[in-house]
Design a binder for this molecule. Structure first.
Ligand code: KE4
Length: 431
């Protein structure tokens, strides 16, 4: 058994001063039981915990580390900029350069506003859509996560499309009532809701590849149907590409599937591990935002030079030829190898991937929505998680998260991961 004594000591100490010992709930390992590891450093495809254990990392700080951890170009860019100042609270050249790169990669984004998290990006995108349309209603998909802004912390009640019910204390019912939920991958449910709520809806926001219920790809033409429905009902379509942006393709999911949203949200990869989010749209839509227009949005650290430098150093290599083909091939090779080894011991298992994000589900069919995912074998996932950890592989500590492949992961890491899976499944079978 790997020693986790120092992580345990740190966790005990952390809980005295940090809520739940963490600064973001999913890190607390509540999804798999047990205590979280404290990570001391990371390098390439690996993270190292406080006890000195090395793990092949597929969490990648929840997506940003697409080049691998501590990439020399990213570190050098951060160090160089840090010596020139970390934040000016004034326009700087690096903001222009990163915005130009985002717009070059994602043509539907003619203008960008940088913020400091994915939550800020989606929260601001909602305000933009509500301000442009003059309507209050928003539609999201059950099981999609868009950060913790009040209007988005609302889950579907029972039924296909329903008035939102607060998913967290502190979200006013008077606000939650403007949030409608529909099942992911169900264009008929969306069509019915838009017809029933005609004239009330400002926007539909969705993850073009759901990544917060595990990796659940859109089924055939779903995104195209959503696009057509939004156009027909004069409703803005927001793609939350905080996870899929620069992760599934250089141009994100909208490039991969050929469907163009009205507003796009970004995060994670575009900051290369530093706090960066962004949202963007046509110049016309973005002109409604202050200081050009009346819709207010602001941020002290938005576009700060240190984060911009990290983002630029992270995105530039992604424009090289063959990058996404490698990432996609490795992600597919990984989940297929894990699924095969699970099936070899008689476990139901399926896998999904889009670009470099992937999941394995202990189920007999590929899930298409949150209900399907909730029907998968979560207890088996927990055993899988801990077995892989024991064999030096760090997966997301929740069955409702995606895994991520980086450019630093090579054949050796994949082979080691599959060997770990084989040992883990053998132990699970004999338990
Ligand atoms: P942040 O505010 O955490 O930067 O971004 C929120 C967000 C928005 N949209 C999507 C599609 C996202 O996946 C996220 C954040 N993702 C989670 C994990 N899947 C972040 C991990 C955490 O909450 O600690």
């Amino acid at each position: 058994m790997l020693a986790h004594n120092k992580s345990k000591q740190l966790f005990d100490r952390a809980q005295n001063v940090l809520v739940g010992g963490v600064n973001s709930p999913v890190r607390a390992f509540r999804g798999v039981g047990g205590d979280p590891l404290f990570i001391e450093r990371a390098q390439g495809p690996h993270v190292f915990d406080a006890d000195g254990n090395q793990y092949i990392d597929y969490v990648q700080t929840w997506g940003p580390a697409i080049l691998g951890h501590a990439h020399p170009d990213v570190v050098a860019a951060i160090v160089e900029q840090a010596g020139r100042g970390t934040s000016f609270g004034a326009p700087c050249t690096l903001e222009i350069e990163l915005a130009e790169l985002v717009s070059q990669a994602v043509p539907s984004v003619e203008k960008v506003r940088f913020v400091s998290s994915g939550t800020e990006a989606t929260m601001s995108a909602l305000r933009l859509a509500r301000g442009v349309t003059g309507r209050d209603g928003i539609v999201k998909c059950e099981g999609c996560y868009h950060g913790h802004a009040d209007s988005l912390l609302v889950k579907a009640g029972s039924g296909v499309s329903t008035l939102g019910l607060p998913d967290s204390p502190g979200v006013p019912a008077d606000l939650a009532k403007h949030t409608y939920n529909v099942p992911y991958n169900d264009a008929d449910a969306l069509e019915k809701l838009l017809a029933d709520a005609q004239g009330k809806i400002a926007c539909v926001i969705l993850e073009p590849v759901a990544g917060n219920m595990g990796c659940v790809p859109p089924t055939n033409n779903y995104l195209r149907k959503v696009r057509e429905l939004c156009t027909a009902h004069d409703v803005m379509l927001i793609f939350d590409e905080v996870m899929t942006g620069f992760r599934v393709a250089l141009g994100g999911a909208q490039a991969h599937f050929g469907v163009k949203p009205d507003i796009t949200c970004f995060g994670k990869v575009i900051g290369g591990g530093l706090p960066v989010g962004a949202f963007g749209a046509s110049a016309n839509v973005m002109s409604q935002l202050a200081p050009e227009g009346p819709i207010y949005q602001a941020g002290t650290l938005s576009g700060n030079p240190l984060a911009m430098a990290a983002g630029l150093a992270t995105l530039k290599p992604l424009f090289d030829n063959g990058v996404y083909e490698q990432l996609s091939a490795h992600a597919t090779q990984l989940w297929r190898g894990i699924v095969e080894r699970a099936q070899d011991v008689g476990f139901d298992a399926v896998g999904t991937s889009v670009g470099s994000m992937f999941s394995v589900f202990f189920a007999d069919a590929v899930p298409h929505n949150f209900q399907d995912v909730k029907a998968s074998n979560a207890e088996r996932f927990k055993k899988f998680f801990w077995g892989m950890l024991e064999h030096g592989v760090y997966l997301a500590p929740s069955a409702f998260e995606s895994g991520f492949m980086s450019l630093a992961h090579g054949e050796q890491e994949i082979a080691k991961t599959l060997a770990a899976a084989e040992k883990t499944f053998a132990a699970m079978k004999s338990a």
